[in-house]
Design a protein around this ligand. Structure first.
Ligand SMILES: *[C@@H]1O[C@H](CO)[C@@H](O)[C@H](O)[C@H]1NC(C)=O
Length: 174
């Protein structure tokens, strides 16, 4: 009886170490299976408009973009989904570096991993100091986050604007 019990114990210990080793191997393979997808980010227009009906005066930026990227190389057997973001990167007049997410998308299937979007910012894009006046031009970058079934998240960048894009002068109320 005792013998049977200890054998069972040994067997479970062995199985759980095998399981751990397998999970570790899967997680490690994701680090090795790194792809470097390439894409393009073009900003077609930027407008700065004062926010209406706000208690505090604040400028809002409206950005139109054209992003294209083939992210299929990021899909392998340990890829659950991708999280894509388009981020505006700029340093404001106080010298603070900002990375503002203006658009995002979740890609769940390899079939949807060829991204081609003519769009505009999905999230409100404003400057904490209330104005984009004198803010130096911004870069826009398409970033991805790979969520695996097992293991750690990996991050990367699929494209960015070649030249920084200026914030135009604010348009008055229409
Ligand atoms: C969007 O960008 C792609 C790749 O740079 C280009 O081929 C396409 O013509 C652009 N579309 C528009 C409408 O500008």
């Amino acid at each position: 009886m005792h013998n049977l019990y200890s054998r069972f114990n040994n067997l479970t210990a062995l199985l759980s170490s095998c399981m751990m080793a397998l999970l570790a191997a899967i997680a490690l393979s994701s680090l090795v299976l790194t792809a470097d997808p390439k894409g393009e980010v073009h900003i077609t227009s930027v407008k700065v408009i004062p926010r209406k009906h706000a208690s505090k005066k604040q400028d809002l930026a409206f950005v139109n973009f054209n992003i294209t990227a083939d992210l299929t190389p990021l899909f392998h057997w340990n890829t659950k989904q991708l999280f894509l973001t388009l981020e505006a990167e700029y340093t404001n007049t106080q010298g603070v570096k900002n990375e503002v997410v203006i658009w995002d998308r979740i890609v769940r299937r390899k079939e949807d991993a060829v991204v081609s979007v003519l769009g505009k910012n999905k999230y409100m894009f404003r400057e904490v100091s209330a104005s984009f006046k004198n803010v130096p031009p911004a870069h826009y970058a398409l970033k991805y986050n790979v969520m695996p079934y097992v293991g750690a998240l990996t991050y990367g960048e699929a494209g960015r604007t070649r030249e920084p894009v200026a914030f135009p002068p604010r348009k008055s109320h229409v």
